[in-house]
Design a protein around this ligand. Structure first.
Ligand code: ARG
Length: 454
């Protein structure tokens, strides 16, 4: 029995089995009569409870002869986490971890995105992408705790999420191996369902939903099905968080969002925790049909893909935050920050959360946010969130400068000298160009070349 084996020989056999092809591992284990407790490799799987990651459990066990430990992170996807745990264990996981990280996600990731006015390609608030680093952190933490050799995730080989998981894991724990069953197994949907059936994994009725959906506090991402034709208008059934704008209330609703150093802290003077604020705002803005986004997106792997998002709170908060920044930052800061924001969004989209550049950019963004304090008033009406007022103790708006009434501090004659110098280079260049166009064309004569007979 293995209890009697010397530790050294167990280690040697373990090494031999680990290094042998996966197809032979089971046989070798039987041959050496090494109990599974001693031998089993452990793989920690990021588990959503969906069909893909459920099927991944027996698949990993069969392919790698490993034990599967599942990890589910609550970033506000609103699932039944007890049912998910049950499902993981029923599918064959030996242990399940659950982390409620809604507030951490909202505070450290979503708010970082808001401070960065995050919009990938001008449209997508990165709701899915922002949650990935936190899930990766927990995956690595559990792998370390359980002394697992490998982590696994349920991403396909065509998307961005595989990049975010893999680069994240490699950054945090270079020694950990990574496996991505769906990327590797090459099963069609029908084969996957058959595989699940054979192993007693329930195939949910919701599978009839033709869409691939990822959701968290900050938004819902919807792909596939009829959306794959970018010319098809998204059918009503893709949306769950937002009313159709044409059926939204006929009365507008006013909403005040208060920011403290770039962070939203209250709605209509009601101070709320980060997660609660976003949840409440999703409900308020979704009711008015705000936050539907139809995006033809450039994935990192080079594919153009049609993505639909529902991000009610994100839409309102980004609109409000951008407006407040206009009130408190100088033109130079705003213009420079736009470039920083674009780079920030690209890094986060592209799975480079752990690149030092992201942290460098955050240091700049954080500094600018010291003055982003104030209240923004919005009007929510039939799919639109329009800023109708803003105020801040740090406001750079000076009524005495701006006013057209009598007594302005701004002497209009200052502008005459300013304009003289401001327009000078452009004016000179434009006139040189006019002169060149008006001058008669220069005709070059090609000198006659006498033919040389050979
Ligand atoms: N395209 C988005 C991103 O890369 C969302 C992907 C979400 N995945 C899904 N299964 N719908 O961040």
């Amino acid at each position: 029995m293995y209890e009697n084996c010397a530790a050294e020989s167990i280690a040697r056999v373990r090494k031999l089995i680990k290094e042998s092809p996966s197809s032979m591992r089971l046989q070798l284990r039987k041959h050496y009569q090494i109990g599974e407790i001693v031998m089993m490799e452990q793989i920690v799987l990021a588990y959503s409870g969906g069909l893909d990651t459920s099927v991944a459990i027996p698949w990993i066990k069969e392919k790698y002869g490993a034990e599967v430990i599942t990890v589910t992170v609550d970033v506000g996807q609103g699932d039944d986490f007890q049912a998910i745990e049950k499902k993981a264990l029923k599918a064959g996981a030996v242990k399940h971890y659950y982390f409620d990280l809604k507030d951490e996600f909202a505070k450290d990731y979503v708010f970082a995105g808001i401070k960065a006015n995050v919009l990938y390609e001008g449209k997508y608030p990165l709701s899915t992408a922002l949650a990935r680093p936190l899930i990766v952190e927990k995956l690595v933490e559990v792998a370390r705790k359980e002394k697992a050799s490998t982590v696994a995730h349920g991403c396909t080989g065509k998307g961005n999420d595989q990049v975010r998981f893999d680069v994240g894991v490699k950054s945090l724990a270079p020694g950990l191996k990574i496996t991505a069953p769906i990327r590797e197994w090459n099963m069609t949907r029908a084969e996957e369902i058959k595989y699940a059936d054979q192993r007693g994994i329930p195939v949910p009725v919701t599978l009839q939903s033709p869409y691939s959906i990822d959701q968290n506090l900050f938004g819902r991402s919807i792909e596939s099905g009829v959306l794959e034709n970018p010319n098809n208008e998204p059918p009503p059934d893709v949306y769950e968080w937002t009313a159709p704008p044409e059926k939204a209330p006929d009365q507008p609703e006013y909403l005040e969002v208060e920011f403290d150093q770039g962070k939203p802290v209250s709605l209509n003077e009601d101070p709320l925790s980060p997660a609660r604020l976003i949840e409440n705002l999703n409900a308020i803005a979704g009711h008015h049909g705000i936050g539907r986004i139809d995006h033809l997106e450039d994935r990192l792997v080079g594919i153009k893909s049609r993505e639909v998002y529902e991000c009610p709170a994100a839409t309102v908060l980004l609109e409000a935050h951008r407006d407040l920044e206009k009130c408190v930052l100088t033109r130079h800061e705003l213009y420079f920050k736009q470039q920083v924001e674009q780079q920030w969004a690209f890094l986060v989209y592209a799975g480079l959360w752990y690149d030092p550049l992201r942290q460098d950019l955050d240091a700049f963004i954080e500094k600018t946010q010291e003055r982003v304090t104030g209240v923004v008033r919005l009007k929510l009406y039939k799919g639109l969130a329009t800023v109708v007022g803003r105020s801040s103790p740090m406001s750079l708006y000076d009524a005495n400068l701006a006013t057209y009434e009598k007594g302005s501090k701004f002497d209009q004659m200052w502008s005459v000298g300013f304009i003289q110098i401001w327009g000078l280079p452009s004016q000179v260049a434009y006139n040189v160009e006019i002169k060149r166009k008006q001058a008669p064309p220069i005709v070059y004569k090609i000198p006659h070349q006498p033919k040389v007979n050979g």
